[in-house]
Write a protein that binds this ligand. Structure first.
Ligand code: F0G
Length: 346
């Protein structure tokens, strides 16, 4: 499969002179989920964005952002990140031969994501502050110096991310609902744009209804106000001041969708279920889409039998600490047949 710029070149802002910085992103699996469908009373499909090269949907935007940065002769790119953006920026910057600086909230980033940014040779800076603090600082730095921002305020990020909607429509048609986790609210904005471009004449009535799912401790969209001290186990979406708030509100309104919050316990419950029942290992933040869908089924927002796509935004290996802390412990055994027999036969 080609990377997504090659696949969707005609619908993306690239020209013949744009160098294509790609790691073969996009074209991710869309998997039917029969057991979770039965549990939730819907026809559920999972969009496995963890299958992207660095393990998250961020690669869709980053291939375009770094291609355009390279075209413009950028020397340094920078982002604030809860982890996945930094891993993706670091990898695509490495591919482009451009220096990369990432700013993360100290102590609040899953281990795998930090390891990725470090391995790719990025300058990794942990601040004594939140993601929102980091983004504010990075924006100021970009105003003062010739450094290219690759957060989702960079317009090319959303252009790349909208291609996930193209893939869904090509493969499944238009679902009734699309559920996805919402942090900074860039991805929901990108899906809205992508669906509108994919359906006839941009007719909003033909787009899926968008269900923006948040962690209860960081539910700035659900509450309608920014949150000064967001907290959740879903660290990827531990964000109090969504930078794309207005567009996300419009995306939900125009699609006749909704925002919904789920408690950390519910997020962990669905994080476990999607692994055990479907064999799909996603990171906790990604399971917020399932926990939110369960809430929306319980209160009747999502109707029985609806065709739903849940976007699982990041791979489970990003966060091995949460996986091991919330699964059955490893058994210890002497290296004897008798001991192993007892265990294996249950
Ligand atoms: N899921 C995952 C796994 C994420 O990493 C993010 C955002 C989201 C969902 C939410 O997407 O911000 O567009 O609403 N992660 C950013 C980062 C903030 O820095 O990696 P959003």
């Amino acid at each position: 499969m080609p990377g997504l710029i090659d696949r969707y070149r005609a619908r993306l802002p690239v020209g013949p002179a744009t160098p294509i910085i790609s790691l073969g992103e996009g074209s991710t699996p869309l998997l039917a989920a029969p057991r979770l469908s039965e549990l939730l009373g819907v026809d559920l499909h999972l969009k496995l964005e963890g299958a992207n090269p660095t393990g998250s949907f961020k690669d869709r935007g980053m291939t375009l952002a770094l291609s355009k940065a390279a075209e413009d002769g950028a020397r340094t790119v920078i982002c604030a990140s809860t982890g996945n953006t930094s891993a993706s920026a670091a990898a695509y910057a490495a591919r482009a031969g451009i220096r990369c600086v990432v700013v993360v909230p100290g102590g609040k980033v899953a281990l795998g994501k930090l390891a990725q940014a470090q391995a790719a040779g990025a300058v990794v800076c942990a601040i004594d502050g939140s993601f929102d603090d980091g983004l504010r600082l990075v924006l100021e730095l970009c105003e003062r110096h010739p450094i290219t921002l690759v957060n989702n305020l960079n317009p090319y990020r959303l252009e790349g991310q909208k291609t996930a909607a193209f893939e869904i429509v090509e493969e499944l048609g238009v679902p009734d609902w699309l559920a996805l986790p919402v942090g900074n609210a860039g991805n929901i904005t990108a899906y809205h744009r992508g669906f509108r471009e994919a359906v006839a004449a941009g007719d909003a009535a033909q787009c899926p209804r968008l269900l923006g799912c948040q962690a209860a401790g960081a539910a700035a969209m659900v509450r309608g106000v920014d949150i000064g001290d967001p907290e959740t186990i879903a660290t990827a979406i531990r964000i109090g001041a969504p930078i794309r708030r207005d567009e996300a509100v419009r995306a939900a309104r125009e699609s006749e969708g909704a925002f919904v919050a789920a408690a950390d316990e519910e997020i962990l419950e669905w994080y476990g279920r999607v692994s055990v029942l479907e064999g799909v290992f996603c990171e906790p933040s990604s399971a917020t889409s399932l926990a939110g869908l369960a809430r929306a089924r319980a209160d009747g927002t999502v109707e029985e039998g609806a065709r739903v796509v849940c976007v699982l935004t990041g791979h489970g290996l990003k966060d091995p600490e949460t996986a091991t802390a919330h699964s059955a412990p490893t058994l210890r055994s002497p290296a004897t047949l008798a001991a192993l027999e007892r265990i294996a036969l249950g």
